[in-house]
Design a protein around this ligand. Structure first.
Ligand code: SF4
Length: 331
């Protein structure tokens, strides 16, 4: 198995829930991430999918060490960074970067975009101003933007162009791993395809690894080598993208796939409209047993008793469903 560039081992991220106006007291805990283990091999794209509130973005933040871990281990290139100080994280941060769904989160509206793209270079390198300017021009070209545009402000660009600028900024320090947090969700469909092609090209040219956080399964099928499906803070299915997306074994993965609109009208008519009913449970009142049981059409009494462990089904796939061997989840 290829050497991982990044690995999460049994990571938990819990947030306290506090009440009281003057004397704040803890009245519960939200288990945003509850025992997740993932590994991203060098050059691999791992897709992390699930509905809003499933814990995907918290995993991204945990991997980047942008928030505290409750327990577990985060490793980057073999180095345990779970408790690394800000200072110790500096050289690691240069090697793993993030691009957000909302590029405005990383672009200062008062700065010209060239200055925003140059910012990581000023923090992490000792390049001269002239060398930084050359590099900024090259980065803008790599993401499909004319270098002359570096003198403009973010509001002078479209959403797709701002996403490209955010990507150029993320690439400035020549990272090996990019966390892409819903990078195409806010874009028009026509622009989404261009962005997906750009991400594919950059991966090939730079040998990048991605953690690709998304709820668009079509985009995941296009870009990802492996997929992990998250529900209520846990991974419920993982494996090669072709296996997970073509032959899902967890009812939640099946339901996610069934709720994707079909382009073929004949197939859409045959299958009928299938909507995943219900909502992700409240984190303040988690269901007993399998967290998916209130929405699962196969749920039996045993499903309400114990949380199903993530079990190995073959040498690359894992599923957290007690009935996975017996269910027939055809379309
Ligand atoms: Fe459904 Fe039971 Fe499997 Fe959970 S363990 S996904 S409730 S069949």
């Amino acid at each position: 198995m290829a050497e991982p560039i990044a690995e999460l081992r049994d990571v938990h991220v819990h947030f306290p829930v506090q009440r009281g106006l003057f004397w704040r007291r803890e009245v519960g805990r939200v288990r945003a991430v509850d025992g997740v283990s993932l590994r991203i091999a060098r050059g691999e794209v791992l897709g992390l999918v699930g509905e809003s509130g499933s814990g995907k973005s918290t995993i991204g933040r945990a991997l980047l060490r942008l928030g505290p871990l409750t327990s577990g281990q985060v490793c980057f290139d073999g180095q345990d960074i779970s408790h690394a100080s800000r200072r110790a994280l500096m050289p690691v941060r240069r090697r793993m970067q993030v691009a957000f769904q909302d590029p405005d989160a990383s672009l200062n509206p008062r700065l010209r975009v060239g200055e925003s793209v140059a910012e990581p270079l000023r923090v992490h390198t000792k390049l001269t101003s002239a060398a930084i300017d050359v590099k900024v021009c090259s980065l803008l070209e790599q993401v499909g933007l004319a270098p002359e545009l570096r003198h403009r402000h973010p509001h002078e660009f479209s959403g797709g162009q701002r996403q490209r600028i955010g990507l150029a900024r993320a690439l400035a320090t020549d990272p090996e791993l990019l966390v892409l947090d819903e990078p195409i969700s806010a874009l028009d469909v026509s622009i989404q395809a261009q962005m997906m092609n750009l991400l594919s090209d950059l991966r090939r040219e730079r040998g990048l690894s991605y953690l690709f956080i998304a709820h668009d399964l079509g985009a995941v099928a296009h870009l990802c080598d492996t997929v992990a499906v998250m529900y209520f803070g846990r991974v419920v299915e993982s494996g090669p993208a072709s296996t997970v997306l073509d032959r899902p074994r967890h009812p939640y993965t099946r339901a996610l796939l069934d709720s994707v609109p079909l382009a073929d009208p004949t197939e859409a008519r045959r299958r009928g409209l299938r909507v995943l009913g219900g909502e992700v449970p409240s984190p303040l009142a988690p269901p007993t047993g399998c967290a998916f049981h209130p929405r699962c059409r196969f749920a039996g009494p045993g499903c309400r008793r114990a949380v199903p462990p993530l079990r190995r089904m073959d040498n690359r796939s894992k599923v957290a469903c007690d009935l996975a061997e017996w269910l027939r989840l055809e379309t």
